[in-house]
Write a protein of this length. Structure first.
Length: 166
């Protein structure tokens, strides 16, 4: 059984994961319309992954006797100045999500909910991987000039195709 505090923070996370999926979907659409097909593919895949994260929270809360609430999702930004700004926003968002996951760990410890603490560790590790992947992309962008963006975009596709965690 979940404590009230643990249930409340897990339900809040459903909305955050749903928004992540929505945000990356909007970014994918922007990238597609801006000619960055590889980046669009990467972002569509990220959006699906975030949707799966949301479902994990829904299932876990219900399994543990809580009540999952499916929230309204706010409108993500429509436009970006350029591809660099887009990835900076992804990085900022992932760091924000890592902070939320850490808060969940904190509440689990306070309420001595060691089962949920154990369950949430998957997300702790996932966030390390996601932050690392986005940081790698930003590092690549910082190394190249504008004329090389086409090659960069192809490189992002290969990151997905070779199974590099993104
Ligand atoms: Fe960005 O990964 Fe969900 O939690």
């Amino acid at each position: 059984m979940l404590t009230q505090k643990v249930e409340k923070i897990l339900v809040t996370q459903i909305e955050k994961e749903a928004y992540s999926s929505h945000l990356y979907l909007a970014m994918a659409s922007w990238a597609e319309n801006s000619g960055f097909e590889g980046t669009a593919q990467w972002l569509y895949a990220q959006s699906e992954e975030e949707h799966m994260h949301m479902l994990k929270f829904v299932a876990y809360i219900n399994e543990r006797g809580g009540k999952s609430i499916i929230p309204a999702i706010k409108q993500p930004p429509i436009d970006y100045a350029d591809i660099r700004e887009l990835f900076e926003q992804v990085y900022k968002h992932e760091k924000y999500i890592s902070g939320s996951i850490n808060e969940i760990v904190g509440i689990c410890m306070e309420d001595k909910d060691y089962s949920t603490n154990n369950w949430i560790q998957w997300f702790v590790n996932e966030q390390i991987e996601e932050e690392k992947a986005v940081k790698t992309i930003i590092d690549k962008l910082n190394l190249i000039g504008a004329h090389s963006l086409y090659l960069f975009d192809k490189d992002i596709v290969s990151m997905r195709n070779t199974g590099t965690k993104v």
